[in-house]
Design a protein around this ligand. Structure first.
Ligand code: OGA
Ligand code: MN
Length: 321
């Protein structure tokens, strides 16, 4: 075999196979193992599929935290998990979704952390409440319930494209305040340090994907209000936009299998957990996120945010007694 033929066979072996879902977003991707060792051509194909399809499902991944973090870094800067960071000041890049603790023990439905995760059953975009929202979430399934526990996805890009023209014109110039304490204190108490770390932040209501120019709106459970609008008018608009995005016919439900890695575009996708019997089943998924590049504005903040301004400010910590 000539070296040339050998090289092209290798390239063919690593070629991505992208199968779009039936609806208006999402694709199943096979033909690559996700880790830090992905070749630049494959990575470019993943990025472009991500920009086009918004949700990518990679089945049968032989994953570990180390590989997941290395892959996350290929997509951008990993985001410090906000619950741990906000509550304690410690930086970890992983969040655990489900009811299994790091030591392997299972928490049942009455545990506060399990209740707290119920907030994830409201349609949301991860980190939309941060000064710099995340661009992507990467979620890998290690343990899944024998029934239920799907994660549902809906596209605010497809939702925007379905809007009547006059509504598009109305919302194009608007801003929206996202506020974690507003959304999550309706579900479970928010730790006061955590709450203080997440002041309400203002983002553009309509965003544009920098790679392909496609527009979407940016709402979800953390979206609190439209600056300059009354509460009732804000809620009517935000609820209307949400409902249009998550119409039943336009939802994709992901039924998790162990080994699935799913990546979604938080800039335009909404998602939610659908619940499961946490007393009966174990569910353990590990999540990393990629920091985005569109900073919002914290109303009243004196320092305007710059691109990539994600360095955390100095922390006040209780002196240890
Ligand atoms: C998430 C999330 C909900 C679920 O992973 O960010 O909100 O239960 N998941 O799958
Ligand atoms: Mn989420």
């Amino acid at each position: 075999m000539t070296p040339g033929r050998h090289a092209s066979n290798v390239a063919a072996m690593t070629k991505l196979n992208i199968e779009p879902f039936n609806g208006d977003f999402g694709a199943r991707v096979t033909g690559t193992a996700l880790s830090g060792d992905i070749d630049p051509e494959t990575l470019a194909s993943i990025r472009s599929a991500f920009d086009s399809y918004s949700v990518l499902c990679f089945p049968d991944q032989d994953m570990s935290d180390e590989k997941q973090l290395a892959f996350t870094r290929l997509l951008g800067a990993p985001e410090a998990e906000h619950v741990t960071f906000g509550s304690t000041g410690d930086v970890t890049y992983f969040g655990t979704v489900g009811n299994v603790e790091d030591d392997g023990s299972k928490r049942d439905s009455g545990f506060v952390g399990t209740r707290y995760q119920k907030g994830n059953q409201l349609w949301h975009s991860d980190s939309s409440f941060r000064e710099v929202p995340s661009a992507a979430s990467i979620l890998h399934a290690y343990e899944v319930p024998g029934e239920a526990g799907e994660t549902e996805f809906a596209s605010q890009r497809a939702g925007y494209e379905r809007l009547p023209g006059d509504l598009r014109e109305t919302i194009d110039p608007l801003y929206v305040v996202h506020d974690y304490v507003f959304s999550r204190s309706q579900v479970a108490p928010v730790n006061p340090n955590h709450a203080a770390s997440l002041p309400p932040v203002m983002h553009k209501l309509v965003k544009e994907n920098p790679a392909n120019g496609r527009k979407n709106y940016f709402v979800g459970s953390h979206a609190r209000s439209i600056p300059g609008w009354s509460g009732i008018d804000s809620r009517r608009l935000l609820d209307d936009l949400l409902e249009r995005a998550v119409e039943l016919a336009h939802i994709h439900a992901h039924n998790w299998q162990v080994g699935d890695t799913v990546i979604w575009d938080n800039r335009c996708i909404l998602h939610r957990g659908t619940g499961y019997d946490a007393d009966r089943w174990r569910r353990r998924l590990r999540q990393t996120r990629v920091v985005g590049d569109e900073p919002g504005v914290i109303p009243g903040s004196v320092t305007p945010p710059g691109p990539g301004s994600v360095t955390p400010p100095p922390l006040y910590r209780e002196p240890s007694a």
